[in-house]
Design a protein around this ligand. Structure first.
Ligand code: GAR
Length: 185
């Protein structure tokens, strides 16, 4: 049985889909949901599934607290589902090819510093793009540049707003992210 940890900073709609997907799996279990925000809704979602939670500050993460927790919980895979802090290099190195991120755009477009959540959808709208999508990739030391495992796209029209773009992207994420993680294990 593989032990997965989900790191998330916000609502956790992706985390919820992943927890639901693996709820009765014989292959893997979600052993921990960890967040840098004590008030993040993802923690409520975890409780609903009976998944243990862990919160930490950026300072604690940078000092190694999160890595220690993941190691003490014997975590095999780390899933970033809307985790918005830069991950320390030693944490990335502790999970080589075993850390997966979802990015709400078609990388290499709209990646890098400051490109997360609604900032991405606003940039896509401002550029007048006719499509956007999702990228699921392994995490290496250059954050948004790890090996791409999966991409899916969705068409956009000039009537789309950053909010409707976010809805379309979330729908793609919810549909594909759990399956792609399952396939990677
Ligand atoms: C998701 O759209 C995810 O792709 C994005 O944050 C959202 C979290 O939503 N991640 C990033 O922007 C990372 N660069 P959720 O909390 O409802 O799952």
């Amino acid at each position: 049985m593989k032990r997965l940890a989900i790191l998330a900073s916000g609502s956790g709609s992706n985390a919820e889909k992943i927890m639901a997907h693996f709820q009765h799996s014989e292959k893997a279990e979600i052993a921990l949901v960890a967040s840098n925000k004590a008030e993040a809704f993802v923690l409520e979602r975890a409780k609903k599934f009976g998944v243990p939670t862990f919160t930490f500050t950026r300072k604690e993460m940078d000092a190694g607290t999160l890595l220690e927790k993941l190691q003490s919980e014997n975590i095999d895979w780390v899933i970033l589902a809307g985790f918005l802090l830069k991950i320390p290099v030693d944490l990335i190195r502790a999970f080589p090819d075993k850390m997966v991120n979802i990015h709400p755009a078609l990388l290499p477009k709209y990646g890098g510093k400051g490109m997360y959540g609604n900032f991405v959808h606003e940039a896509v709208k401002a550029a007048g793009d006719t499509e956007t999508g999702i990228t699921i990739h392994l995490v290496n030391e250059n954050y948004d540049e790890g090996r791409i495992v999966f991409q899916a796209s969705t068409p956009l029209t000039s009537a789309d707003t950053p909010e409707s773009i976010a809805d379309k992207v979330h729908a793609l994420e919810h549909k594909h992210f759990p399956e792609i993680i399952d396939g990677l294990l």
